[in-house]
Ligand binder design. Structure first.
Ligand SMILES: [Zn+2]
Length: 68
């Protein structure tokens, strides 16, 4: 296996673990539980993390805070 491949696998596992270990987030506005495995709503969310609340539509950062 090439070092790049090993690094890619290790990175993927780390991201998965972080996702599994982080507590469930709730929307600060309406209390809707946010999905653990989010689907990025746009390019910004894909890069920075975060959610768009499925109920009220506000944007949250990766720590579950409202993004301005
Ligand atoms: Zn909400």
């Amino acid at each position: 296996m090439s070092p790049a491949l090993v690094g890619g696998i290790a990175g993927g596992v780390a991201v998965l673990l972080i996702g599994l270990l982080s507590p469930a987030r709730k929307c600060p506005d309406c209390g809707t539980a946010l999905p653990k495995f989010r689907t990025p709503g746009n390019a910004k969310q894909a890069m920075l993390g975060g959610w768009t609340c499925p109920k009220c539509g506000i944007e949250l950062d990766r720590k579950g805070r409202k993004r301005r």
